[in-house]
Design a protein around this ligand. Structure first.
Ligand code: IPE
Ligand code: IPE
Ligand code: MG
Length: 241
């Protein structure tokens, strides 16, 4: 059973395994992404219900631009068809996108930004889609902004600290995720939230993303709740012994 009083504020998920899920069924990889979109709906509703405040989903990485054009196209279309205003409104969920918008086509960006605006007042949970995202891109972009502030004379290099960097990240509005889940069996980070994951608890499951359901989410949260988060201290210190 999960402890309702210790739900992570921010859960981030690397949604992997759509392609293998489809291939195992003799289906086109795009069908796997379609099935994955249903998991997105399920997990978003369940996180909102549990009281999670931020859910970040790794939807499309900078590196994913290198996939075959037909697959990239299918993912873009899927994103567009899944931006349903009613779903966000019914769940009182706000949408925010993080990533390199300059590489995304105009019609996709327009639809996304419209939904960000329309849902801006929703305050039960924020759904963050990491789209055309990579953490190295995000950190590099932050560095560029910091350099510009120094050049403009509004920031002194000696005053640059962790907070300055965190503030300039595209995802600066969200707290660091307490829990990062990766589905699909790979045990790597694939350029996701490198800065923000400094002290995140990592949870890997072989379950392909289209098979990941409410029960799987509960299992991940339960596992997280059994971890001791020490942040460099000793066990005795964190337990006030
Ligand atoms: C994750 O599933 C979704 C995206 C990267 C867009 P994959 O498409 O990577 O699925 P596998 O890893 O090939 O099974
Ligand atoms: C990571 O999945 C990106 C997303 C889930 C969007 P990939 O399937 O692209 O990761 P790698 O390249 O196998 O590490
Ligand atoms: Mg993959």
């Amino acid at each position: 059973m999960i402890d309702k009083d210790r739900i992570p504020q921010h859960i981030a998920i690397i949604m992997d395994g759509n392609g293998r899920w489809a291939e195992a069924r003799g289906l086109n990889r795009s069908r796997g992404h379609q099935a994955g979109a249903e998991s997105v709906d399920k997990i978003t509703s369940e996180c909102a219900r549990l009281g999670v405040k931020f859910l970040t989903l790794y939807t499309f990485s900078t590196e994913n631009w290198n996939r075959p054009a037909a697959e990239v196209d299918a993912i873009m279309k899927l994103l567009l068809s899944n931006l349903v205003e009613e779903t966000f409104m019914n769940n009182n969920v706000r949408l925010r996108i993080v990533g390199d918008r300059s590489r995304v086509s105009e019609n996709v960006i327009q639809a996304v930004e419209e939904m960000e605006e329309r849902t801006a007042q929703n305050d039960r949970m924020t759904l963050v889609l990491a789209f055309s995202y990579s953490s190295r891109w995000e950190i590099t972009d932050a560095m560029r902004k910091i350099a510009a502030r120094v050049k403009a004379g509004t920031l002194c290099p000696d005053d640059i600290n962790e907070h300055t960097v965190a503030q300039e990240l595209d995802s600066s509005f969200a707290p660091d995720p307490e829990l990062i889940i990766r589905t699909g069996g790979e045990q790597r980070i694939s350029n996701f939230l490198l800065w923000q994951s400094a002290y995140s608890e990592l949870y890997f499951t072989p379950t392909f993303w289209p098979d990941f359901n409410e029960q799987s989410l509960h299992a991940a949260i339960e596992d997280y709740q059994h971890r001791e988060r020490r942040f460099g201290k000793t066990s005795a210190q964190v337990n006030n012994l």
